[in-house]
Design a protein. Structure first.
Length: 267
């Protein structure tokens, strides 16, 4: 399979409303010290939204509240006709399998092969005994190989994850997220550990492969240049609040000063 060829959707998901609506979202790890302050945001069901801002401003917390890796203190997270903030147990597990996650530190199982790591994207869909014995359905295995080809790692399917470079690991992470057949992809600093060239390649890969199925992407990213280049929309955060929301072409130095503060880094 040509890595430049589009991935054929495994199911017909036409008509699915993938709009995400966040209302008055607040998160405080300590009482009276909110990291997120009444954040409200509507993300349409397609394209890439980049969240930028300084460290500690709540970008990662926002991403992790959406899939409930972090529990919100207050507010609503509406997606696929449910309030994610209120889900628990089986309902939460079922929702999480609809949300693919690409992590900053890859979160691969080092001792497993590349193909086995991609197949972990199906864990939310198979019985526990199948997952434990790594007995996946033939169509899932075929799909995993297709995705590895699509991210340029078809030749490394049987290699252990701990033998890969950082860029290769992130490609596995992208394939694993797509393996979930998600309705939303969250990417938490997917390029922060990578060199500039590889960072561009990873952002291109996320944008292209998610775009093929109109899967909306929300990416938390420090690199403003990458956000401008690949995102359809940029959300700027400062001190737990949204201070800019618009297309990349509207993001000016004055906005960056408001988001990051100081002037020396703009020179």
């Amino acid at each position: 399979m040509d890595a430049s060829a589009p991935i054929k959707p495994p199911v017909d998901d036409a008509g699915v409303d993938r709009t995400l609506i966040i209302r008055s979202l607040t998160k405080a790890y300590r009482a009276g010290q909110p990291v997120l302050k009444n954040v409200s945001l509507k993300v349409e069901g397609r394209g890439m939204t980049a969240i930028i801002g300084p460290s500690g401003t709540g970008k990662s917390t926002l991403i992790r509240c959406i899939n409930r890796l972090v529990d919100p203190t207050a507010g609503e997270i509406l997606f696929l006709d449910q309030d994610i903030a209120k889900l628990n147990g089986r309902a939460l597990r079922q929702m999480r399998r609809r949300i693919g996650m690409v992590f900053q530190e890859y979160n691969l199982v080092e001792r497993l092969s590349v193909i086995e790591n991609v197949l972990t994207g199906r864990l939310g869909y198979v019985p526990v005994w199948r997952a434990w014995l790594r007995r996946f359905k033939a169509r899932d295995i075929e799909r995993a190989f297709q995705l590895l080809d699509a991210v340029g790692l078809g030749a490394l399917a049987t290699q252990r994850a701990d033998q890969l470079s950082g860029g290769q690991r992130q490609r596995v992470g992208i394939a694993r997220a797509l393996m979930q057949e998600p309705d939303l992809i969250l990417a938490d600093e997917p390029t922060s550990s990578l060199d500039p060239k590889t960072s561009v390649e990873i952002m291109e890969l996320i944008a292209k492969r998610a775009g093929e199925r109109d899967i909306p992407v929300i990416v938390n990213i420090h690199n403003v240049a990458l956000a401008r280049r690949f995102a359809d929309r940029v959300v700027g955060m400062s001190k737990g609040e949204i201070v800019f929301d618009g297309p990349p072409r509207d993001l000016e130095d004055s906005h960056l000063l408001q988001i990051y503060g100081g002037e020396g880094w703009l020179e």
